[in-house]
Design a protein around this ligand. Sequence first.
Ligand code: HEC
Length: 143
Amino acid sequence: MKTTRLALAAVFALGAAPAIAADAEAGAKAFNQCQTCHVVVNPAGETLAGRNAKTGPNLYGVVGRQAGTVEGFKYGDDLVAAGAKGLVWDEATFVAYVQDPSKFLKEYLGDSGAKGKMTFKVKKEADAANLYAFLVSLAPATN
Ligand code: HEC
């Protein structure tokens, strides 16, 4: 897991194409799947994507951020525990998480009882990678 993350970081640092050819424009369209629950609002208060949904946390700057740390959002205990254990959103963790949040948390925490509050699952891995590229395009990774 750690090796994969480091390898991906290296790929990005070199500016080479990542293993999955991600497309921010396609990600903008795929964000339709997310906007019933999520919005992307920058610190100036401008809505960059979505409308005003608050079921999920604001996804502005999610890339490079420790999981479960948007102030004022009531996360599930397991996502907060994963963040405390070192979970930071990068391409590998994001792409895996959005395809099955609860399964991801079970594996990350090594706890078969772990559960996420996000009930939605992205069906296509390509959508997940494109969404990642889209969110990076709105707010560069902070790490
Ligand atoms: C049905 C509502 C719903 C939909 C649809 C949804 N999410 Fe979520 N999302 C949530 C909730 C609720 C959480 C908080 C999870 C928790 O606390 O366990 C969350 C958390 C997240 C997180 C972790 C954020 C953090 O601050 O750590 C990411 C990343 C994320 N969602 C991405 C997405 C993306 C991308 C989509 C669209 C493909 C999406 N979500 C669609 C409800 C949703």
